[in-house]
Design a protein around this ligand. Structure first.
Ligand code: NAD
Length: 412
């Protein structure tokens, strides 16, 4: 039994490495992070006290290019979680064919409990403490759970104080500071493109397809909005404070406005209240976890009624639950394929920054579609018509690409 989320992700890696017949030394090198940094992040709070938070940056693998990965502000962020997320970035960027390695950062903090000033100070101190590891050609952070474009603006500013104007050091910045048009919606848009393609393959009629989405933040909101626009029925959505269900479809725009005004989903009158757990177990056709990791476990896997799951969040399904769902022939499209839209458009943002050039949003969306659907087709082809799962296929492609470059570079 794995003891941590990193060990869980490595079960997926091991299965791919076995299948690819990787020799032991190479396997060890690919599995373990290349470099890890733990920092303390002292912050002067508004009331004058000093609070000291734990911060992390894990650079998992840099064979294919600069390290790339988000920064998470969450009370549960710890070294094992950040390692797991960093390794997923390595396989994700390789699967998407991007010239990047994989990394992740985090600070153990509940951002909802901090004022804007406190968050600004925390972000700057964290950036200063990891500054010697990051840079446009070294390691490029981006937003993740609990962070956003504002966080990236503070990071870019803090890094720029000693390194000069460096927009390419972070992605997911505000557009006014060199962010890419289309970056905010990119992960959710990628999810919608993948859903549209798998629906064609499975011959699903969007107007009869009920979709439940857990998470209504950056990823969940845009996924819900775009999926609704494509004609699917988004019957349920939830956030940390609970969710809403409407068999005829939630009005995503009104729910977005409600969340904007009240800070959450509870109290929304366009649907019945449901809990996060109930959402996962709802009668629906497609389930999209788009919040946090480990929400579908061996305890609730048998209660999931959807026949198709798109992992918009990172690692929302434990390996035990994955196995149970596979046995029930539930089709699972994995995180490293489904939520790659964010890092794909981050790549476009980085290239625009390096060239001091801006793309039109239409071009960003078109290139995103082309890139993520190429990955989808590669994964579908690799499954050999159902001989292996899309998760196995995705990990095999990612691991194979990284292993190949490690060998070309002559590391082993
Ligand atoms: P976010 O902070 O914008 O939104 C998170 C959402 O999850 C919110 O609706 C919040 O209410 C909800 N949530 C938080 N804790 C919860 C809990 N315990 N139970 C149920 N819901 C909870 O974050 P995001 O950027 O939308 O990221 C969501 C997921 O997608 C994460 O797993 C992240 O790693 C992954 N992801 C994000 C991106 C990106 O571009 N933002 C890219 C790839 C993957």
């Amino acid at each position: 039994m794995p003891n941590s989320v990193f060990e869980e992700v490595n079960l997926f890696f091991d299965a791919a490495a076995d299948r690819l017949g990787l020799e032991d030394g190479l396997r060890q090198m690919l599995k373990r992070p290349w470099r890890e940094l733990l920092v303390q992040v002292p912050v002067r709070m508004d009331d004058g006290r000093v609070n000291v938070f734990n911060g992390f940056r894990v650079q998992h693998n840099g064979a294919r290019g600069p390290y790339k990965g988000g920064v998470r502000f969450h009370p549960n962020a710890d070294l094992e979680e950040v390692r797991a997320l960093a390794s997923l970035m390595t396989w994700k960027t390789a699967l998407a064919g991007l010239p990047y390695g994989g990394a992740k950062g985090g600070v153990q903090v509940d951002p909802g409990q901090l004022s804007t000033g406190e968050l600004n100070r925390l972000t700057r101190r964290y950036t200063q403490n990891i500054e010697h590891l990051i840079g446009p050609n070294r390691d490029i952070p981006a937003p993740d759970l609990g962070t956003n474009a504002q966080t990236m603006a503070w990071m870019m500013d803090a890094y720029g104080l000693s390194n000069g104007h460096s927009p390419a050091v972070v992605t997911g910045k505000p557009v006014e500071m060199g962010g890419s048009l289309g970056r905010q919606s990119a992960t959710g848009r990628g999810v919608s493109y993948v859903l549209s393609s798998v629906s064609e393959d499975l011959k699903l009629d969007p107007s009869k397809t009920r979709v439940a989405i857990q998470g209504f933040g950056n990823v969940g909101f845009w996924a819900a909005k775009l999926i609704e626009e494509m004609g699917y029925i988004v019957t349920a959505v939830s956030g940390v404070d609970g969710g809403a269900y409407n068999s005829k479809g939630i009005d995503v725009k009104s729910l977005g406005e409600h969340q904007e005004n009240t800070g959450g989903i509870s109290g929304f009158t366009g649907g019945e209240p449901i809990s996060n757990q109930e959402l996962l177990e709802l009668e629906c056709d497609v389930l999209i976890p788009a919040a946090i990791d480990n929400v579908i476990t061996e305890d609730n896997a048998s209660l999931v009624q959807a026949s198709l799951i798109l992992e918009a969040a990172n690692h929302p399904i434990t390996p035990e639950a994955d196995q149970l769902l596979n046995e029930r022939k539930v089709l699972i499209l994995p995180d490293i394929l489904v939520n790659a839209g964010g890092v794909i458009v981050s790549y476009f943002e980085w290239t625009q920054n390096l060239q001091e050039f801006r793309w039109e949003e239409e071009r960003v969306n078109q290139e995103l579609k082309k890139t993520i659907l190429r990955s989808y087709q590669e994964v579908r082809d690799r499954t050999g018509g159902g001989l292996i799962t899309p998760r196995s296929a995705s990990f095999q492609i990612g691991v194979e690409r990284v292993a190949h470059v490690v060998q070309l570079r002559g590391f082993v």
